[in-house]
Design a protein around this ligand. Sequence first.
Ligand SMILES: [Zn+2]
Length: 417
Amino acid sequence: MELPRLSFGIGDRFGQEGEAQLAAFVALAQDGVVVTPVWNKSNREHRLCGTHPAAVRAEADAAVAALRWPHGRFVDADHVGLATVEPFLASSDFFTIDVADAIGREVSDADAQSFAERHAEQGGGLRVPGLPEPLRADRDAALRSARKSLAAVREAGRVFRCIAAHKGENGFVAEVSMDETDAPQTPIELWFVLRGLAEEGVRVQTIAPRFSGAFHKGVDYAGDPSRFEAEFEADTRIVQHASRVLGLPRTLKLSVHSGSDKFALYPRIQAVLARTSAGVHVKTAGTTWLEELIGLAEAGGDGLAICRDLWCDALARIDELCAPYATVVAIDRARLPSNETVARWDGPRFARALRHDSRCPDYDRGLRQLLHVSFKLAAEMGQRFHDALRSHRADVARNVTHNLLERHLRPLFGALR
Ligand SMILES: [Zn+2]
């Protein structure tokens, strides 16, 4: 199975927005740009929502049938490892093999030395087409990379072989993710990781490094966008070179995680794709759930009441809700609006606080981030929340589609006809 050049990951916590999400891809295809939708859900999200991987497959199939989507689509077992992959094997055709935890794990000195022996460049420099200077890829560089990443590479090999034993080597798309870690990978480290993956026989089609700067959930990039652009281009050129010379799949490309709402980066990414003809996978997850809330707020009545109740619970349980996401949210608690304040808001005011429009004076990034990690509360609400999504379908769907199309897909891919 081959992952096309342009793909975009979408998450749907409660499984009701498949058609509204796909409608954005349909509109973009009508503009002349086909982007492959990939429905993703991690084990962590399934656990917090009380759902099963088979439901994501059913939702994707139903949306594709309803809108007669003629292009490809995938269902991604997001951030899985050996311990969590099993329930995804039947229903997923895309697996994000997460080895971030193994980064920095010790390997034996003999192992690291022999990796460096095999993979250091003759003469010490690596020339990559499109990069002005050769990269330093001598024995020392290879050894440093091995000490940092070789355990992660080996782990990726184990998980890949486990999945391949069930689905066949070419029966699924493999992504390798190393983004949920503190230290960014340099382009040369990415190169040595790819050499290691090639040696392990991992048919990797997309790889998610940790880029520099902050990729917090649901809010814009924090960092220098021009520095990101240079880094993203160097990584893109490395990946293109690796796919040509290391025997890795020709479809190999970068993946950008926590990719929703990174508005400062989309024109940069698009410019690099245009310059290099490379592809990309951009993964988002929680942005659709926030649009559900915006739709419910705009609907008013019981929809708005649900939003206020969720806010009340979220403030009361903030520690518990933020704990699983400690590295990917940054909330200034002292500035969060109180219960009393939010109880006075009407629907449009609540929607303005939540909607990601940084030019709007009512936009509140703390409220947005806290609600981003609060979907568990809606899961606990159960029937009441699901019924509200159904009775306010038009308000919710309008926001879900608009957010993906106008704030994400068009800014990222619109000019790549
Ligand atoms: Zn991720």
